[in-house]
Design a protein around this ligand. Structure first.
Ligand SMILES: [Zn+2]
Length: 389
């Protein structure tokens, strides 16, 4: 059992509002971090820090909590570059391309899906993500949804059953039959492999009644609800999420005042996915309105082949700052504390005593560079559970 002392930290972002400058980022200067047994044992003044076995000098770089990407579709085969090109030439996104990915994913072997997922998870890690969620939703049969979740679990504990992503072509004339399958045999196969249940509740996808039935069935099987909503137009997603005490409603581009008020009075996080808006050339959600109303906001990549084939949380932060009028501090908070809240995790997203030692050493003296230098490789090192790697 060894302990490590990190010194030379230019700026230590703890995201602990009790620490440092008293801001939500809890920034400490001339501070050290002590890591022991995979956890933070100390974040504060060097003079009063406990002794440690090893010492690592980060030479003036900023240290911040690892990013928590609370919304990804990790496991899918193939790509939809042609659809992207068509959309950039003027076609509107409708969600119809999901079928293309379902066909490619069903056709891929376990080994191939595992290789793809591993490569994608490695990409996420290289961008500073230390925890990510992964959804099914490109299998749409009991066997393939379970297969995707089984492979996802090799990479993360935060797995989500998304059988209600789309109605597969073999059920084109039998929507009710597909929903029976999702709530029946598919849920039975998937519930032991998942923590969360999700539904794509939007125009052209599932309506409120359908979404409620699927989420309630998932809750009955011990899963916690979260959902995709209010991406393509105004709709019931946000209020349904609050009604069911969902952990998160994701997208939130089209919200009424009633939706915002409902979210503000709830424990449901509004997860914003600017990669999807960027990739579909759509309006960005109004982050300021949510923040000013007191809603907890998270940022995530929505990594998926149709709308946001992106693994970079620093890019999400840059988009949030430059396009969604979030301050650099708010964007970083949403990418760490916000993501942890969206996954109802209290052991990640902050660097205070007892939290998991998941953090990023930036190739920059301040977190502001994440928004200021979009596209730059600013991740010097990523530590997870106290281990460098
Ligand atoms: Zn998504």
């Amino acid at each position: 059992m060894t302990s490590t002392l990190l010194t030379g930290i230019g700026e230590l972002v703890t995201c602990d509002p009790e620490a440092g400058d008293g801001s939500p980022l809890g920034i400490l200067r001339e501070a050290v971090l002590v890591i022991e047994n995979g956890r933070v044992a100390w974040a504060g003044a060097a003079a009063t820090a406990p002794a440690a076995d090893d010492r690592v000098d980060v030479a003036g770089r900023a240290v911040l909590p690892g990013f928590v990407d609370s919304h990804t579709h990790l496991v899918f085969a193939g790509d939809r570059a042609a659809e992207f090109a068509a959309r950039m030439a003027g076609e509107r996104y409708t969600g119809g391309g999901i079928a293309t990915t379902v066909a490619a994913t069903r056709a891929a072997s376990d080994e191939e899906l595992r290789r793809i997922a591993g490569s994608r998870a490695g990409e996420m890690r290289s961008w500073g993500t230390t925890t990510f969620e992964a959804k099914s939703g490109y299998g749409l049969s009991a066997v393939d949804e379970a297969r995707i979740l089984r492979i996802s679990r090799e990479f993360t504990d935060e797995t989500t059953f998304l059988g209600a992503h789309a109605v597969p072509s073999e059920f084109a004339g039998d929507r009710a039959g597909y929903l029976d399958l999702v709530r029946g045999a598919m849920l039975d196969a998937c519930a032991p492999l998942a923590k969360w249940v999700d539904v794509f509740c939007d125009e052209g996808a599932f309506d409120a009644e359908e979404a409620r039935a699927v989420l309630r069935a998932g809750m009955g099987a011990g899963l916690v609800p979260r959902l995709h909503g209010n991406q393509l137009g105004f709709g019931p997603g946000a209020q349904l999420a609050v009604e069911l005490d969902a952990a998160s409603v994701d997208h939130c581009t089209y919200l009424t005042d009633t939706d915002v008020a409902a979210l503000a009075g709830s424990d449901t996080v509004a997860t914003l996915l600017p990669g999807a808006d960027f990739g579909t050339r759509s309006p960005y959600p109004d982050a300021r309105r949510l923040l000013d109303a007191g809603v907890t906001v998270a940022l995530a990549t929505d990594c998926n082949p149709g709308t946001s084939f992106v693994t970079s949380m620093p890019l999400m932060i840059a988009l949030a700052v430059r396009e969604m009028h979030m301050t650099p501090a708010e964007a970083l908070h949403a990418a760490t504390v916000g993501g942890a809240a969206a996954l109802r995790r209290t052991d990640i997203g902050r660097l205070s005593r007892g939290m998991r030692a998941d953090f990023v050493v930036l190739e920059a003296p301040s977190h502001v560079h994440l928004g200021y230098r979009p596209g730059a490789r600013l991740i010097h090192e990523v530590w997870k559970g106290g281990a460098r790697g």
